[in-house]
Design a protein around this ligand. Structure first.
Ligand code: FPP
Ligand code: MG
Length: 323
């Protein structure tokens, strides 16, 4: 999973190995269905970007309590996984990371409760962190995720402005990236200036990541992406390449067609073609690149060491990835 070509994992390889063992152990002692779901979820781990960010960011301060940093990494990875398990119910998604989702493998009821279970585990790990301000960051992040998701679910069937889209993805995605970097730096007793720089890096990185994800949903290769391409469009969830496509296409009906729910496969294919032909994908990629550059710039005030290079490499990876 962690490709050898991705050098940013190297400084934290041992911590990631320990984290993976702990994630697989989360189901132990729980209901057999929970234990099975945990194996299903963590047997094929994702990119583990969030824990990698925690481990790297924690290297920028003098405090070095391995156990404490692992707890934060595990807690935030569990918040992330719980939110995806619930999001896949909301989206009625069948595939994630190239494997069937929990709702598809079992059903929505099981997925709802498995997500709750994971979330409770996440909070039990956060509760024993030694700094109340970091516990508060974990809680604030869950509020932000819920706000972002509700913004999406309860949005009126109209194309949002670019600003509204940015606000939504900052809540739903970037808040968690910022929490990983900022929370770890706080636990490590990093200088306030470095805590702020890592928080700013995490926010910009998260925005670059989500815009790239939204681009891949329109223009990605399904086998690489590990999710169904065109899913946002099929559900009528408007994203940045679509917003840009409407701006340039000059077709007054396009916005309404994009946000219409429950489209036919033929309509999805036709709209994907229109959006790809509009230049909206390239413009959205350029916007992701501008957040990549902001993330890289935020790192300038940090001391020059291998972990800073690894964070730069993560920013490069996030905008270059195909899945
Ligand atoms: C994925 O977005 C979804 C999120 C990043 C946030 C989901 C948040 C909740 C369901 C709130 C509940 C939170 C907890 C902790 C239980 P997406 O649909 O754009 O991405 P995708 O294409 O990967 O599904
Ligand atoms: Mg989703």
């Amino acid at each position: 999973m962690r490709g050898a070509e991705r050098s940013f994992y190297a400084p934290v390889e041992a911590q990631l190995g320990e984290l993976q063992r702990r994630l697989l152990d989360v189901g132990t002692g729980g209901h057999p269905t929970f234990a099975a779901a945990v194996h299903h979820l963590f047997g094929s781990p994702g990119k583990l970007l969030r824990p990698t960010l925690v481990f790297l960011s924690a290297r920028f301060g003098p405090a070095n309590d391995r156990e404490v940093v692992l707890n934060l990494a595990q807690s935030l990875e569990l918040v992330h996984t719980a939110s995806l398990v619930h999001d896949d119910i909301v989206d009625d998604a069948a595939l994630r990371r190239n494997v069937p989702t929990v709702n598809a493998t079992w059903d929505d009821d099981v997925a709802l409760i498995v997500g709750d279970y994971l979330f409770a585990k996440a909070y039990s790990l956060a509760a024993v962190l030694p700094k109340p301000e970091v516990i508060a960051i974990v809680a604030q992040t869950v509020f932000a995720l819920c706000d972002g998701e509700l913004n999406e679910v309860k949005a009126t069937r109209a194309l949002p402005s670019e600003a509204k889209y940015m606000e939504r993805i900052e809540l739903k995605t970037a808040s968690l990236y910022a929490a990983c970097c900022q929370g770890a730096a706080l636990l490590a007793d990093a200088e306030p200036e470095h805590v702020a720089a890592l928080g700013a890096y995490g926010t910009s990185l998260g925005l670059a990541f989500q815009i790239t994800d939204d681009v891949l949903d329109v223009a990605g290769d399904e086998a690489d992406f590990g999710k169904i391409v065109g899913r946002d469009l099929a559900l009528g969830v408007p994203t940045l390449p679509m917003i840009y496509a409407v701006e340039t296409a000059g077709d007054p009906t396009l916005g309404a067609r994009i946000v219409a729910p429950d489209k036919s496969a033929a309509e999805v294919r036709e709209l994907l073609r229109i959006i790809r032909d509009s230049g909206g994908v390239e413009r959205a990629r350029a916007r992701a690149l501008s957040f990549h550059d902001a993330a890289a710039a935020a790192l300038d005030s940090l001391p020059d060491r291998p972990e800073r290079e690894a964070l730069r490499d993560i920013a490069d990876f996030v905008v270059r990835r195909v899945r």
